[in-house]
Design a protein around this ligand. Structure first.
Ligand SMILES: [Zn+2]
Length: 341
């Protein structure tokens, strides 16, 4: 309990008063014989030497504590000055942590090289920047490489349904997934591409070469794997280096994003390492099983493209996704693992 003076709301009257109870259930006794009021605490003024602390209530009334009163002890507040100090310390901690993280990243870069650093940077890249990369890249490739899809509308609908089935199973963790259908033409041919922000492009040529929807679904699942495991972003970072990484993670991105998408090396950049390919394959096995489709099927599509010389020559995806025998073995092993057989 603390003693002081009470200033009722909208009144110039001042009366001696005693504040008791607990911070959650305050009791304000203005004069003997009168029922105590139950004001609701709104704020407490900062402690300043020689100045009485003011306790303000929700109704506008103010209790001015006697100078000797232990306001903080009573209200359980080590208010303002202390909490500000705590906040400042918090900031110091944050700065120290950031410095440690930076040193850590440099150490990792030194010991393990760019890939691990790229993987960290990929996780830390702000979502709007990832979306901007998609938007810019798409604008560029639509202008320079792709043509509008010529698949019949009914077929397009079926493919979007197929994709929706897979992306629902892939969950919402990570960037939102969307399918775009395009004609690849001479340069791109039968191909599928995943951009870091979740845009997946499948070409008419790939759709036409597929013998079954499960083959197309397998390719989609593989590309979803690249998105979910952030391979595209890591790949961009690996290729473009540390300075670039720091820029994008730091959010100072406009010019950098422009560079990435206009260098048109963007697509070249998306030629993945074998480790990413294997990882996306394994991801696709899980996802295809989840929706009850054949996880090995897409390797048939790769095989078919490989046997078809003409197609192989023109097919970018095949040239960037080599080693079908090895892949089939890995995919089949994974299926056996998952089925416990
Ligand atoms: Zn791939």
């Amino acid at each position: 309990m603390i003693e002081g003076r009470y200033f009722p709301p909208a009144s110039s009257a001042v009366t001696p008063a005693v504040l008791s109870g607990t911070p959650e259930a305050l009791l304000l006794q203005v004069s003997e014989g009168q029922a105590p009021m139950m004001p609701v605490l709104l704020s407490v003024s900062d402690p300043v030497a020689g100045v009485p602390r003011k306790v303000t209530f929700a109704d506008g009334g103010v209790f001015e504590a006697a100078l000797s009163a232990d306001v903080d002890g009573f209200l359980g507040t080590r208010t303002s000055f202390f909490s500000r100090l705590a906040r400042f310390e918090g900031n110091l901690k944050y700065i120290a942590l950031a410095a440690m993280v930076t040193v850590g990243l440099l150490f990792i870069a030194y010991r393990h090289g760019i890939p691990l650093l790229a993987s960290g940077a990929a996780v830390m890249t702000p979502a709007p920047i990832v979306a901007a990369i998609d938007f810019g890249t798409l604008e560029t490739v639509d202008r320079t490489l792709f043509e509008p899809t010529e698949l019949p509308e009914k077929r397009q609908d079926e493919l979007h349904e197929l994709f929706a089935e897979l992306s629902a199973a892939a969950g919402k963790k990570g960037p939102p997934l969307q399918l775009l259908l395009r004609r690849g033409g001479k340069t791109i041919g039968a191909n599928a591409i995943a951009l870091p922000g979740g845009t997946i492009i499948v070409t008419d040529e790939l759709v036409t070469l597929a013998a079954a929807d499960d083959e197309i679904a397998g390719v989609m699942a593989h590309e979803i794997g690249h998105v979910r495991e952030r391979h595209s972003l890591q790949q961009i970072y690996r290729v473009l280096g540390i300075g670039f990484m720091v820029g994008l993670v730091g959010g100072d991105a406009g010019q950098l994003v422009d560079d990435v998408v206009t260098q048109a090396s963007a697509l070249q950049t998306l030629v993945y390492s074998r480790e990413f390919e294997a990882s996306a394959d394994l991801y696709s096995v899980g996802l295809m099983r989840q929706v009850g489709r054949d996880p090995v099927s897409f390797v048939d599509l790769l095989d078919r493209i490989g046997k078809d010389d003409e197609a192989a020559k023109e097919t970018y995806w095949f040239s960037t996704h080599p080693g079908t025998k090895e892949r089939r073995a890995t995919v089949e092993r994974r299926v056996r693992e998952l089925t416990g057989g």
